[in-house]
Ligand binder design. Structure first.
Ligand SMILES: NC(=O)c1ccc[n+]([C@@H]2O[C@H](COP(=O)([O-])OP(=O)(O)OC[C@H]3O[C@@H](n4cnc5c(N)ncnc54)[C@H](OP(=O)(O)O)[C@@H]3O)[C@@H](O)[C@H]2O)c1
Length: 322
């Protein structure tokens, strides 16, 4: 089978197509013929060898996808060949075939097409936990969603709205601003002027929560955007990691809270994983949640997908198709 490997930590030049023997499932595992693999920012961090995503090279990149089960290992009773499943947090997904632990497969309902399933698992579960668990958004809550036209951003904007929140979205402008508005953001601004919007929308109090996946470039202003005792959710580092931080600043900025969550801790059990995917698939089937695939690339063009994502040229989700 063909796979995309990382030969050593580095730029897109370290991505290489390789051939590997077709996998066989071990006990409790299934082999899936991949219909589409998701491209995520963590794949870029992994390719670059940024901690904590650094792995011994060479390795097959990718953590997410959907496809059709072709073989099951000993003891697997819940999944059968021919089933359409999706997964997240499973290494080696930039490939024609992937071995997935049966208990990490999510059955894809017939109401959701396989590419949409591949597109929503990682970023959808992320947007879901951010808005329902990290800060369970309530009616009238004012939430800043940075990079709102991105993969997580478009989904998060919609979920905050589904829960009755007010979204102040940031984007770099143009068509991205239009998309954030289409996703339901009531206020759309640039990174330089959204603080004015927050002040206006909250009568000077500040936002209840900031969802910040941009990181280094936005972190300081994100703290400024918050109301007293508001929550800063730093969930990514698209512009680079935030440097060491003086905790005393939380006191002088209004007794703020800061969290740095990661998806694995919010889908650690099967019940939590499927609870989130059931709700996501339900919203998709009912038309309440739109999953926008902003780009589909052949597996062999993973490097181009990485360049586009890191270069801020994309909206929504990027997929690789073997
Ligand atoms: N913690 C978790 O559980 C978790 C899970 C999934 C993803 N994430 C994080 O969520 C963030 C978004 O991921 P995504 O895959 O959905 O990506 P994305 O939002 O589709 O792409 C990143 C966007 O960030 C904005 N951005 C601002 N400054 C940037 C810079 N210097 N370089 C690159 N982009 C910049 C760009 O939008 P504009 O052009 O509009 O500024 C860009 O399109 C990433 O930080 C990722 O690591 C975290």
């Amino acid at each position: 089978m063909r796979v995309v490997t990382v030969t050593r930590p580095g730029g897109v030049e370290v991505l290489s197509m390789a051939h590997r023997p077709d996998p066989t499932p071990g006990p409790g595992e299934v082999v899936v013929d991949v219909s589409a693999a998701g491209v995520n920012f963590m794949d870029i961090y992994g390719r670059e060898g940024r901690p904590p995503y650094r792995r011994e090279t060479p390795f097959v990149l990718g953590a997410e996808g959907a496809g059709t089960v072709s073989a099951v290992g000993a003891g697997v009773t819940t999944v059968a060949p021919g089933d359409v499943v999706a997964w997240t947090g499973v290494p080696g997904s930039y490939a024609e075939r992937v071995v997935v632990p049966a208990e990490r497969t999510v059955p894809v309902p017939s109401t959701v097409d396989v590419r949409t399933a591949a597109a929503v698992l990682l970023q959808g579960c992320t947007a879901h936990y951010l808005a329902t668990s990290t800060w369970p958004v309530g009616p009238g809550d004012v939430a800043v969603v940075h990079a709102a036209a991105g993969g997580v951003g478009l989904l998060l904007t919609q979920i905050v709205r589904l829960r009755g929140g007010v979204v102040v979205a940031t984007t770099s402008g143009g068509a991205k601003a239009d998309l954030a508005r289409e996703a339901g953001a009531q206020h759309v601004a640039g990174y330089d002027d959204y603080l004015d919007v927050i002040r206006r929308v909250s009568d000077g109090a500040g936002a209840d929560v900031v969802f910040d996946g941009v990181g280094r470039a936005t972190f300081d202003d994100s703290l400024t955007a918050l109301r007293r005792r508001g929550l800063m959710v730093l969930y990514g580092a698209a512009s680079g990691p935030v440097p060491p931080f003086e905790l005393q600043r939380l006191q002088t900025s209004g007794s703020l809270f800061v969290t740095r969550p990661t998806l694995g801790d919010y889908i650690a059990t099967r019940a939590e994983l499927t609870g989130r995917t059931d709700e996501l698939f339900g919203w998709i089937a009912s038309g309440s949640l739109n999953v926008r695939v902003g780009g589909t690339y052949p597996l062999a063009e993973a490097a181009r997908a990485h360049e586009d994502l890191a270069g801020r040229r994309t909206v929504g989700k990027l997929l690789l198709v073997p």
